[in-house]
Structures are given as structure tokens and as C-alpha cells.
Design a protein around this ligand. Structure first.
Ligand code: GLP
Length: 242
């Protein structure tokens, strides 16, 4: 595991953007695994800036997102498709047809998940660089604590803790979807390189538990301890306990 300690959120975002930029420059047709949440917003803003400065070209890039709420159309401002469009895709020269997010509007979970797995397999079964945030209970994507590491894309019942954490983006807690489609831990582990970004004091405890504690599906992110090319980028507060 490689650890980059940033002074603050802004520096964390720049370091993460540096790593993604070098991936894009060294391999212009990279497949990027992208994430949502509040943590990557600054990273995406940095990438947009670099694109606008003429330093990055997304024209041959493919992106495969981690997860999507079940039941939300891409036009809903809380859907992850909407998030990706507004924070990144609308502002760079990526071909939108090469940007994948699970289909939240597909009510048949088996159908939605097997369609997404087929897309992942068509792209070699693993992305070049997977960006991840970290949930307070150790979830990555929407892989919630469970009895076994989940393999491929599946439908999850969101935990109370996750629903509460994400309620800040919705009108109220009841408006948060109760289920989501997410890539599995195996898919994430198949990425050639994985980068987790973390910011803020409230993540310090789970950072310690996930990356310096026992490897267990009760803390899904702990699987990353076994990844051969795993980078953790965090600010001083989030890395404060390690
Ligand atoms: C959400 C997302 C995750 C994200 C996590 C942390 O539930 N599904 O992909 O990493 O929460 O979010 P934040 O970065 O806002 O703390």
C-alpha cells in the first residue's frame, strides 16, 4: 500500500487528480473506474481544469462507474449518472457513449446486474484505475458490510448508516432509495490499480480499521489490503489515526 498524506481536502484532490492525469497521459485509451460521493468532487474539478488548460484529452477514455441507486432515472439530480454528467462528463471531451453507470431504472435486478457485468467483461473484466471513496462503515461502492465478499455487480439493501449519511443530499431520509446496484468486491479487486481518497476527521476511525485492521467482509474496504497496487490518498484529518 502506498500512502499520500495531504494537508487538506484541496491538496488531496490535486494529488488524486495527478494520479488520474498520469494514467490518462500514459494510456490515453484507459478504462477508468469512477466513483461518486462528496469526496471526489474536488478531484473531478481539478481534472476539468486540466482539460480546459489543454493538458488532458479524454477522447479515447472509457469510464465504468461503481454504482447507482435502484429506481432513480439519470435525470434525477440525486442519481449517480446525473452526478457524473454534472461534475465531469459534461465538461470534458469524453465520448458519452463510452461512459457506463448501472441502469437504475431497470426494475429487474438480475437483468440490470448481468447487463452491467457484461459491459465490465467486454472491457477486460477489470479497469485500469479504480477511484474509490470510503463509507463510514467501510463500504466501497455500495458493498455494505456482510458475511462474504461479494463478487460481481449485485443489488444491495442499503444499511441504515448509509441511508442516514446520504440523506443530506435528499429532501429527507425517506426520499433516499433503499436499494442500489453496485460492482462487487471481486470486480474492484480486478482493477489494475486502486486509489481510495478520504478526507475529514469523521473518516479517521474507518481508515484505521479498514486498512490496518483485520481483513473481513464486515469491513468491505479491508479487502484492498490484498490488492497489489493500492494507493491511499487522504488529508491529515482522515489519516490522523494511522
Ligand atoms: C456513497 C457512495 C460511495 C462513496 C461513499 C462515501 O454511499 N456509494 O461510492 O464512496 O458513499 O461518500 P462521501 O465521499 O460523500 O463520504
Amino acid at each position: 500500500m502506498q500512502i499520500y498524506k495531504a494537508k487538506n481536502y484541496e491538496q488531496m484532490s490535486r494529488i488524486a487528480a495527478n494520479i488520474i492525469s498520469s494514467q490518462i497521459i500514459l494510456k490515453p485509451d484507459s478504462v477508468l473506474g469512477l466513483a461518486t460521493g462528496s469526496t471526489p468532487i474536488g478531484t473531478y474539478a481539478e481534472l476539468v481544469k486540466r482539460y480546459q488548460n489543454g493538458d488532458l484529452d479524454f477522447s479515447a477514455i472509457t469510464s465504468i462507474n461503481l454504482d447507482e441507486y435502484k429506481g432513480l432515472p439519470g435525470t434525477n439530480d440525486q442519481s449517480y449518472r446525473y452526478f457524473m454528467n454534472t461534475n465531469l462528463f459534461n465538461h470534458v471531451n469524453i465520448n458519452k457513449e463510452h461512459t457506463y453507470v448501472p441502469d437504475g431504472l431497470e426494475p429487474d435486478s438480475d437483468k440490470a446486474c448481468s447487463a452491467y457485468n457484461a459491459i465490465i467483461h467486454q472491457h477486460g473484466g477489470g479497469v485500469d484505475l479504480q477511484l474509490l471513496g470510503l463509507g463510514h462503515n467501510g463500504h466501497i461502492g455500495f458493498n455494505e458490510p456482510s458475511d462474504a465478499f461479494d463478487k460481481e455487480t449485485h443489488c444491495v439493501d442499503l444499511s441504515e448508516r448509509t441511508i442516514e449519511a446520504n440523506a443530506r443530499f435528499f429532501e429527507n431520509k425517506d426520499a433516499v432509495p433503499k436499494q442500489a446496484y453496485t460492482m462487487g468486491i471481486q470486480t474492484i479487486m480486478n482493477a489494475k490499480k486502486v486509489m481510495v481518497i478520504v478526507s475529514g476527521k469523521d473518516k479517521a476511525e474507518i481508515v484505521k480499521k479498514a486498512f490496518f485492521g483485520p481483513i473481513t467482509p464486515q469491513v468491505p474496504a479491508s479487502a484492498l489490503q490484498l490488492h497489489q497496487d493500492f494507493v491511499l490518498v487522504g488529508d491529515e484529518e482522515a489519516l490522523g489515526l494511522i
